[in-house]
Ligand binder design. Structure first.
Ligand SMILES: Nc1ncnc2c1ncn2[C@@H]1O[C@H](COP(=O)(O)OP(=O)(O)OP(=O)(O)O)[C@@H](O)[C@H]1O
Length: 276
């Protein structure tokens, strides 16, 4: 199937599935851009247009975010107040607040270097704040932007290692890891060591580890870097499952077209120069 035909079928399928033009048009435009820039064949890049449209419909379906279909948010899981942080003389965060309840998704956005990872690290307890406090009710799962995997371990060994820290027996940790990997359309039973995994696959491993043991609060730092389009959609399905299960989720992101999918947006772009 050639590119034009593939895009036309995709557009027709999105329409048939009741996706509003304002949502469908960017999807088709993004796919067209990807195909043009990558030179990939559409079936290879995205699969059959009918299936891709189904995945997009599930991902973008307005009912997903309609208030009436959602359970009301629960108690506060994460409460960060008055967070301030500097490195040397450079002030990065100034008086930042964020509250996330059970069943809510928050996005942390802003220009490169404005302190998103620093803020998430403070929320995770990995970076010390100069000012303010963070209260977390429950357990935390953290997906770092980089690193996080152990070069010489296989994915299933990561599951066992992280599971042990969460009190999961070896078999349960392995099974939970493999099941979560399958949700991301990835075979976590591969015998490949982490150092030989692609960047996107390593990030899937990080994401699976973050969710092991069903933590109450998920802190995800650009978790889908290197994901292909299908994996990216799988990622959002996972976020919804977590959200519907009453987890509180914080996602650092650069992709502003996702912001209609979240409950709270924290923009860390400095409004004005802040003296040290
Ligand atoms: N450990 C550190 N020591 C000194 N400076 C640091 C340290 N960590 C981060 N910084 C600096 O603090 C600023 C904020 O970094 P941070 O990684 O939090 O930003 P970010 O918004 O996540 O960036 P990006 O969008 O590029 O991922 C940057 O200028 C960075 O160079």
């Amino acid at each position: 199937m050639n590119q034009d035909r593939w895009l036309a079928v995709l557009a027709g399928e999105l329409d048939r599935r009741g996706i509003a033009a304002e949502h469908a048009a960017p999807v088709v435009a993004e796919a067209a851009t990807h195909l043009r820039e990558s030179g990939e064949a559409p079936l290879r890049a995205f699969g059959p247009p009918e299936e891709y449209a189904a995945a997009v419909a599930e991902g973008l379906g307005p009912a997903r975010w309609a208030e009436e279909t959602r359970a009301p948010a629960g108690g506060i899981r994460l409460d960060a107040r008055g967070i301030g942080k500097g490195y040397g003389r450079r002030r990065v965060l100034h008086n930042v607040d964020l509250t996330v309840r059970a069943g809510q998704v928050a996005a942390v956005v802003g220009a490169n270097g404005c302190g998103k990872s620093t803020f998430l690290g403070i929320c995770a307890g990995l970076v010390g704040a100069d000012h303010g406090r963070v209260r977390v009710r429950g357990t935390i799962g953290y997906c770092p932007q980089y690193h996080g995997t152990v070069d010489f371990l296989r994915p299933d060994e990561h599951f066992v290692l992280v599971g042990a820290g969460r009190g999961l027996p070896r078999d349960r940790a392995r099974a939970a890891g493999l099941a979560a990997a399958a949700e991301l359309d990835w075979d976590g039973a591969t015998r490949t060591q982490a150092r030989h995994l692609s960047g996107g696959t390593r990030q899937k491993l990080n994401l699976v580890m973050a969710g092991l043991g069903e933590p109450d609060v998920l802190l995800l730092d650009e978790p889908y870097q290197g994901f292909d389009r299908g994996s990216y959609l799988d990622f959002w399905q996972q976020v919804w499952r977590w959200r519907d299960a009453g987890r509180a989720i914080v996602i650092v992101t650069h992709l502003l077209n996702q912001l209609d999918r979240v409950d709270t947006v924290l923009d860390l772009t400095p409004k004005e120069a802040v003296p040290c």
